[in-house]
Each structure stands twice: as C-alpha cells, then as structure tokens.
Design a protein around this ligand. Structure first.
Ligand code: ZN
Length: 323
C-alpha cells in the first residue's frame, strides 16, 4: 500500500511551543514571545488503499486561513497570532497536492482526522462527501473551546461534514496501546488513541510500519518526553502517557517509522522526501534506523548532542531555526 506525504504550506511557531514544555515556557509566553519563531512544515498524508480507494489523514490549512484578519475575526486568536502565522503557496494547497497524484477532492473515499486543530482540518469542507473518522473524545469535544476562548474545531472547516465516524478503540491492543480501531477490516489502517495534545488526538498505524502521529508528537525528538516536551493546553499527563505508549509500540515494531505533521528535523525531511514515490527505499529505511540509533538510547532518551536548541537568524527581523 502506498502512502504519500502532502505538503500543505508551513506555519511559524514559537520555539518554546515545540520544545520548551520542560523549561517553563507557558501559554502566556506563547502569546508574548515574538523573538524565537521557527518555521515548521505542515503535512497531511494520502493512503492509497487497494479496495477503499484514496484515504486522507488530515487536510492541512486552507488559503482562507492565510487571510489571517478575516479568518480569526471576532476570536482572541486575531490578537494572539501573527498575521503571517501561515504560508500556503499555490502549489501546496491540498487540491494542488492531490492533483500531483492524479486525484481531485471528490475522489477521496474517507478522511481520518488526527485532531481538530485548524492546521489539520483547514479544508475538511472539500471532503464533506466522505466519512470522517476521528477519536470519539475529539468528536465529543467538537463544540468545546480551548481555554474557554478559542473553538477547538473551527466552524468553517466542519460545518458541511455530515458523516462523522467517532472511534471507540475497542479492538485488540498493540504495543503499548490497550485498544485500537481497525478502520477497514484488513488491519492495514489502524487508529490508536494518543490523547493529550487535544482531548481525542488519534494516531494512525499504516501497514504495521508507518505511524502518523498528527501532533501527539511534533518531531521524532519528542519521543524523549522526559527531556523534550511541547507546551500543553490539554492534559499533560495524557500527553506524556501517549508518547510512552508510542515508545512501547516502537519496541514491539522495530521497523516502525514515525511520521508527524510538523517534523522539521533531518529525520522528518528525509522520510518525507523519501516517500515521494509512495514507498520508502531500503536505503531510506536503513538511514532512519541508523539515525534513531545515533539519536536515542534504549529508553528513547536523547543523545545530548541531539538536544534541540534555538538558533537566531543572522539578520534582525528574520525567523531563526531549531538545531
Ligand atoms: Zn499541528
């Protein structure tokens, strides 16, 4: 079965949002820190299922979201987020990315949503003809507001969807997970509960090989949850628990490749480019495993040389990067 990354623009985030959860970086810092931005990619994925047809995992951002003032009008996000929070070149819209694979939005037969944050469901409305699978806890929270202020699921993205398929994970356990949901009855696409980043964040195990984590992990380095942690608006203990379960899944499935939505590291970049043909070459798989051995010890603690750090831009006013 082939799996294709779809590049849906990029987003500018504070370094501390990604990596500062154990250094006291707070939500107030998230709103106030304009000096440590990094750009990270936004990825959705297309799974070419042999009998179901093309299946999407997330839908990225929409062009409407880059028109920041209009999109966030009336929300506190209008004041929190920078005007250039998102960038979406014309050749990276989800319609353009599907077109490169020979598909139109109407061809998609099912959508899986890792969670409701707006950089994952930006153009979900284009796929309102298809069933939309997601964690039952995420579905139940669809009308909730983050911190009581910001809608968890932005209405423009979800209003047209009618065929919601909430998942209860009553299937057999795998790795560190007590339950699972086999979406199409052939064990080729298995949803796993990874809550914490949002109430019902869900990861997707494809062909017992690729784990699509959404934002349950931002990058491969977030496996080292005792050293590197994203800041949380949700339940931090759930977030940590979910990453430990992913760690145990990785031990149960040694060939596992972790694909997140925003992995800007060498690992993420190499896996994304390697999957351009829908399959990873043996050389890419070998590279990934060598990278993991050089990066983590047995318990997924980071080699100190691979601990992330912020590198400021050379010129004032430009965005830095995370090394
Ligand atoms: Zn995200």
């Amino acid at each position: 079965m082939k799996i294709y990354p779809l590049r849906i623009g990029r987003t500018k985030v504070p370094y501390g949002q990604f990596y500062g959860g154990l250094q006291g970086f707070s939500l107030a810092d998230f709103a106030a820190d304009k000096d440590h931005f990094i750009w990270v990619p936004i990825h959705a994925y297309l799974i070419d299922h042999p009998t179901v047809g093309p299946v999407l995992v997330d839908t990225g951002i929409s062009a409407a979201q880059t028109a920041h003032v209009d999109y966030y009008a009336g929300s506190i996000m209008e004041h929190v987020m920078d005007v250039d929070e998102y960038a979406l070149p014309a050749d990276q819209t989800i319609t353009a990315q599907l077109g490169l694979l020979g598909y139109q939005p109407g061809d998609i037969r099912a959508v899986i949503i890792t969670h409701f944050h707006e950089d994952h469901i930006g153009e979900l409305n284009l796929f309102a003809h298809a069933p939309v699978y997601l964690g039952a806890a995420e579905y139940a929270a669809r009308n909730d507001r983050l911190l009581g202020l910001v809608p968890l699921a932005y209405p423009p993205s979800i209003a047209a969807v009618s065929d919601w398929r909430p998942l209860d994970f009553t299937g057999p356990g795998i790795g560190g997970f007590a339950g699972s949901a086999d979406l199409f009855g052939d064990r080729s696409v298995i949803a796993l509960p990874t809550p914490g980043h949002s109430p019902g964040s869900t990861s997707v195990l494809v062909d017992q090989r690729f784990l699509l984590t959404g934002d349950a992990m931002y990058t491969i380095r977030h496996l080292a949850v005792d050293q590197v942690r994203a800041i949380q608006v949700g339940d931090e203990s759930q977030y940590v628990d979910s990453i430990r379960r992913i760690h145990w899944l990785r031990r149960a499935v040694p060939e596992l490749i972790i694909l997140t939505a925003h992995d800007h590291t060498d690992y993420g970049t190499r896996m994304i480019s390697g999957l351009a043909t829908g399959e990873l070459a043996d050389a890419d798989l070998a590279w990934a495993k060598a990278y993991e051995v050089a990066t983590f010890d047995e318990m997924a603690n980071l080699n100190p040389a691979r601990l992330p750090r912020f590198v400021p831009a050379c010129r004032a006013g430009e965005v830095g990067h995370a090394a």
